[in-house]
Design a protein around this ligand. Structure first.
Ligand code: NAG
Ligand code: NAG
Length: 445
């Protein structure tokens, strides 16, 4: 009995490697080989066999939060009060924020955040189990022996760490920042910009939280020798210039980040990454915003499960919010106020569940009213893909071309508990505080 099992596992590993090698960008030594194999196992572990339960849990929480705030049924369809100009008392508008925000002692309770993720990234605890690491030095000069006190030194440590910043700073990464598992990067209490250099790479690791950063003007890194953990470094080819690149990783939560103007994608999630939530974030000034799955031939992305919730897709965005291959994507209560080509696209039959979003088509482009876009498939084929819209609000002629089983929602009513997503009419309010928050020590955040 043992031998066939052994062979089967090796066949799976072989298939995984065969597809991963071309795009790994690292010298594929035995360390990366082991990381890749362990990562695929973790993806299989993290994968939720009943994804509708995760959806319904989030929706139930969003609904309950609005109810408790007395906001259910009120209309707030305008974004006229910009967050920056909002001078009123601290208020929360969605269940993730309600879990931690608006407490004056948030500094003493930073790790509270680790229990607040909803959606597929709910298992992300980041550095909750570890000590705090305070970044005091914004430099990034030594790729092999990063200086203590720098962000690069923090993210290569083996132990879980909750990383904070001593003061506001701009960190220009000389090369991609290669993170290890069990880390939180928590920008609250400072204005931290990762800008004008390379981006963040989350490759074959698990359990990462990124919160409260400004990430913009990210360029390609030249590549070269880069340390990726305390006891390993290796050669990397040039990085793509993504703001955040999630590659073969599990249990990642990106919350309250502000992102714009990166060379490649703002956030790319590829190579069988799973268990991911992107929430409360603000995106502007970018063409190809988010890519979920990079290759039509990489079918392990079937295991990809991602939640995109409570975000504001804002000014001067063009397309891919997100663009998906394979996988299961829940897009809920986001405000799409600007796109130039389309909002949500894909190929290779991804499942896309769109609920309670507000889609506002561009005013002067009659050819960009359609929210959705399918690639590389004749209509007869994409008509089978499950792309469902429920409770979305469409303005200025926007429309979502649905496909798949029209009774899909009815068929899942048992796990939905008949609770719909929070109403799209309230999305402007739900996403009002999207992006990095301006948190001041001693005051509610
Ligand atoms: C992956 O999981 C299989 C089955 O549980 C196990 O036999 C194998 O050793 C694991 N591989 C790695 C690299 O952890
Ligand atoms: C909210 O707006 C909708 C559509 O414009 C309208 O039908 C509804 O009555 C409004 N509700 C409230 C509480 O104003």
């Amino acid at each position: 009995m043992e031998k066939p099992q052994f062979n089967r596992i090796h066949l799976i590993l072989f298939i995984a490697f065969a597809a991963i090698v071309p795009t790994l960008r690292a010298q594929f030594d035995e360390v990366w080989e082991k990381r890749a194999a362990e990562a695929w196992n973790r993806t299989l572990d993290s994968y939720e066999p009943e994804p509708e339960k995760i959806i319904s849990h989030l929706n139930e929480n969003a609904h309950r939060t609005l109810k408790e705030l007395g906001a259910l049924g009120s209309n707030s369809t305008r974004r006229e009060l910009l967050r920056r100009k909002y001078g009123g008392p601290c208020r929360v508008t969605n269940p993730i924020d309600k879990c931690w925000r608006c407490q004056p002692n948030w500094v003493a309770n930073r790790k509270r955040l680790a229990d607040c993720a909803l959606g597929f990234g709910y298992k992300a605890k980041g550095g909750k189990a570890g000590r705090f690491y305070v970044v005091t030095d914004s430099s990034d000069n030594d790729m092999l022996n990063p200086k203590p006190g720098t962000l690069r030194h923090a993210v290569i440590q083996k132990e879980p760490l909750w990383i904070t910043f001593e003061r506001s700073m701009v960190i220009r990464l000389s090369q991609e920042l290669i993170m290890t598992s069990d880390k939180t990067i928590d920008g609250r209490g400072a204005e931290v910009h990762i800008a004008n250099g390379a981006g963040i790479t989350i490759q074959f690791v698990r359990n990462v939280i990124i919160h409260g950063l400004h990430i913009h003007d990210i360029h390609t890194g030249n590549g070269g020798l880069i340390r990726d953990s305390l006891d390993h470094y290796g050669f990397r080819t040039a990085s793509d210039g993504d703001g955040i690149s999630i590659f073969g990783s599990q249990d990642v939560w990106i919350d309250h980040v502000s992102m714009r103007s990166c060379h490649d994608g703002l956030i790319d999630i590829i190579q069988a990454s799973t268990g991911i939530t992107i929430s409360n974030s603000h995106f502007t000034d970018h063409n190809e915003v988010m890519l979920f799955g990079a290759s039509d031939s990489f079918s392990q992305d079937e295991k990809m499960q991602i939640t995109v919730a409570f975000n504001h897709f804002g000014k001067r965005l063009v397309q891919r919010m997100p663009r998906c291959r394979y996988g299961y994507i829940h897009v809920v209560n986001n405000d799409y106020t600007h796109w130039n080509m389309y909002a949500i696209g894909g190929s290779q039959h991804p499942t896309i569940i769109s609920q309670g979003n507000r889609y506002i088509a561009p005013p002067r482009n009659p050819y960009a009213k359609e929210v959705t876009k399918r690639d590389y498939a004749p209509e007869a084929e994409w008509k089978q893909w499950t792309w469902r819209s429920e409770g979305d609000l469409f303005l200025r002629g926007a429309y979502f071309e649905q496909s798949g089983d029209p009774n899909w929602y009815k068929k899942h009513s048992d796990v939905y508990d008949l609770i719909p997503a929070a109403p799209a009419l309230q999305v402007a309010d739900i996403t009002k505080f999207a992006g990095a928050l301006h948190c001041i020590v001693g005051r509610p955040c």
